[in-house]
Design a protein around this ligand. Structure first.
Ligand SMILES: CC1=C(CCC(=O)O)c2cc3nc(cc4[nH]c(cc5[nH]c(cc1n2)c(C)c5CCC(=O)O)c(CCC(=O)O)c4C)C(CCC(=O)O)=C3C
Ligand SMILES: [Fe+2]
Length: 326
């Protein structure tokens, strides 16, 4: 077995998604177990998945990324919510004699949902498998030049797809998954890291695309019960506001996601596109980082960095969920 920087394997850790109609409800039950997501919201999201034949784009994206990776160690893949489940993968790694793996998580930012929950998933999988390898989560990469270059290229392409007459005044609208305001407050070592990191990434991308161009950061894919505050404004409301201010066009840049997910292909490409259509506002969407060559080479670069310091135990704490039932 080869080795890079003391790692004898790379483990890609992702969210997971359904691959056929019958997978959708069991997948959704895994996602929301004990999390107080209302039934109506779940059925709505189920319809989004079924509208795409019960197939989420996320697994294909993981397979494509893994196929594109150029690393000197064997690559494994395990998910939080659907096959291949992390625990099954950790069992296979153990059988294969892996001693110390680096984990590349397909989420770039700090928050409970995008960082701590993956650390917990890894810890739970290791605890279930006697002799499991050490697993070191690679650092956050939202500001890595590889991620930024990929998003900048894709943003330029999306700008070029706008009609020429509105291109110069088009707004860059960066989007990320909304999270509860309480989760945003406690994200990272001192709080607020999710939003701060997203703003950093958006500024870095804009700097490469067209320094000085106006940009905004807004939110999408709100979940949870209606009385719990989540980050706002929602992308569709924001497009209406921009239109009202006379902004002639916009480019959506899903900087909060590293590949196409249902949130991107439905919430942006269907819902936000319909809003823009209704407004008569030209709108294009930048591709996600996906298998952009600079994003792919970033993974190798992360693997070759000195081993990152682990997150403090107090970083990105689990939300307190009063209505929790398990
Ligand atoms: C920050 C964040 C990311 C980005 C970081 C990362 O990538 O991990 C992310 C990614 C994703 N979220 C996904 C899917 C879902 N998220 C849900 C619900 C929730 N997301 C939350 C946050 C995030 N989610 C939160 C706070 C909830 C409320 C429930 C809870 O507190 O946990 C629900 C329940 C139904 C609903 O939407 O209400 C679904 C189905 C998929 C798969 C998509 C596909 O299949 O292509 C992906 C990649
Ligand atoms: Fe989510």
């Amino acid at each position: 077995m080869g080795s890079t920087n003391g790692y004898d394997a790379l483990l890609v850790v992702s969210f997971g998604g359904p691959e056929k109609p019958g997978d959708v409800m069991p997948f959704l039950e895994n996602v929301v177990r004990g999390r107080g997501v209302p039934r109506e919201r779940l059925l709505e999201v189920e319809a989004h998945y079924q509208g795409f034949g019960g197939v989420s784009p996320i697994n294909r994206q993981c397979r494509d990324l893994i196929a594109a990776l150029d690393v000197d160690v064997p690559v494994y893949w395990g998910n939080r919510n659907w096959h291949p489940f992390l625990e099954d993968t950790v069992r296979r790694m153990t059988q294969d004699g892996v001693r110390k793996a680096a984990a590349f998580v397909t989420a770039a930012y700090s928050s409970y949902s995008s960082c701590r929950q993956y650390l917990d998933d890894i810890a739970r999988a290791r605890a279930a498998v006697p002799g499991a390898p050490e697993i070191v989560k690679l650092r956050h990469y939202y500001d890595h030049p590889g991620f930024v270059a990929a998003m900048a290229d894709h943003t330029r392409e999306a700008l070029a797809r706008l009609p020429e007459g509105v291109r110069d005044d088009a707004r860059l609208v960066f989007t990320a998954h909304s999270i509860p305001v309480s989760m945003a407050r406690t994200a990272g070592p001192t709080g607020g890291a999710y939003e701060a990191q997203l703003r950093t990434a958006a500024a870095l991308v804009t700097e490469q695309v067209d320094p000085g161009r106006s940009w905004d950061l807004v939110w999408q894919s709100r979940s949870g019960p209606p009385h719990v505050p989540w980050l706002e404004p929602d992308v569709c409301d924001h497009l209406e506001a921009l239109h009202g201010e006379g902004v002639p066009a916009a480019v959506l840049v899903p900087v909060g996601f590293v590949s196409d997910h249902m949130e991107v292909v439905y919430d942006l490409d269907v819902e936000a596109a319909a809003t823009a259509d209704k407004l008569g506002m030209p709108l294009t969407r930048a591709a996600t980082a996906g298998v952009h060559p600079r994003f792919v080479s970033m993974v190798r670069e992360l693997l070759e960095e000195p081993e990152p310091a682990p997150c403090a135990a107090t970083c990105c704490p689990a939300p307190v969920r009063p209505a929790r039932q398990e």
